[in-house]
Design a protein. Structure first.
Length: 107
């Protein structure tokens, strides 16, 4: 019986305060939210053709192994987004009012 060395692979990296699929511009957030939304790994590959099925499974495994930390990271990102959204509405209230009126007029 021969033995072979099996190397472990890294699929996720942290750069500039965000997690990305290693060597790609796709965020871990995108893969995780799709996964949590019920999209299959094959469906995620269809949505992000730059990713391989192996990379998607690797990202999901990374998420599941680090679920508490990644869920905290995602929640912080949602809080930041909500703060920026509110600031944009306050700063550009006239623009948002025009968009709202246009939407109402289309209905």
């Amino acid at each position: 019986m021969s033995t072979s060395i099996i190397a472990t692979k890294q699929y996720v990296e942290q750069r500039e305060d965000c997690y990305r699929i290693l060597g790609k511009r796709v965020s871990l957030d995108s893969v995780v939210y799709a996964f949590l939304g019920g999209t299959s790994p094959e469906g995620i590959v269809q949505s992000f053709p730059v990713l391989t099925l192996e990379e998607v499974y690797g990202a999901i495994a990374f998420y599941l192994a680090n679920r508490e930390a990644i869920d905290t990271y995602l929640a912080q990102g949602e809080e930041i987004f909500e703060t920026l959204r509110k600031q944009a509405r306050e700063t550009n209230s006239l623009l948002y009012q025009k968009l709202y009126n246009a939407q109402i007029n289309q209905a």
